[in-house]
Ligand binder design. Structure first.
Ligand SMILES: [Fe+2]
Length: 185
């Protein structure tokens, strides 16, 4: 289950219906998915995609996504720090950023058009859809691990456009529910 903190209001949400309602107010979709049958989080990508095919197909229809894949990031991923540095500064994409978390943790910060900054900590079972154009940044948590299904409208569009605002520097990336209480670097 996700954890959402609205940083400028010092308000934290941990219940799914409240989270979905709050995020919807900022244009972010949040859902909980359960697989069609029990599946290990280290199962082959094809099996993962198959276990969630009903949800994936429904989302493709809704959002115009054409492909889905599974990304794996762990502390031993080559070039991990360089990869993370690309996404930990405020940016937007020309297409939606859609992630369904299979394993590990992640911390999205959303800089809403309302001016609010939201920290969304995601874990297994969480689906988040950040619409194109939304200002955001991303960090891993203390476990430095995330396995996620990604959906794409056009893979060519999924590159970061940086705002260079440095607003991200005002918010420490603190995770709560990872294997240990820690800050990402
Ligand atoms: Fe992004």
């Amino acid at each position: 289950m996700a954890r959402v903190t609205i940083l400028n209001e010092d308000k934290t949400l941990t219940a799914d219906p409240e989270i979905a309602e709050e995020l919807a107010g900022h244009g972010i979709d949040y859902e909980r998915w359960t697989p069609s049958h029990p599946i290990a989080d280290n199962a082959p990508a094809e099996d993962i995609l198959s276990a969630y095919s009903r949800e994936i197909e429904a989302l493709k229809t809704r959002g115009g996504y054409v492909t889905a894949d599974v990304i794996d990031v762990s502390p031993t991923t080559p070039g991990l720090d360089a990869m993370l540095a690309k996404f930990s500064r405020e940016h937007w994409h020309d297409e939606d950023e859609v992630r369904f978390i299979i394993a590990g943790h992640g911390l999205f910060h959303i800089h809403s058009t309302t001016g609010a900054v939201l920290a969304i900590e995601v874990e297994a079972g969480d689906l988040i859809r950040v619409p194109r154009g939304t200002l955001h940044w991303f960090n891993l948590c203390g476990d430095r691990r995330i396995r996620a299904i990604r959906l794409f409208q056009d893979t060519a569009g999924w590159t970061p456009n940086y705002t260079e605002s440095r607003v991200d520097e005002n918010f420490l990336p603190v995770c709560f529910s990872a294997t240990q209480l820690s800050m990402t670097t």
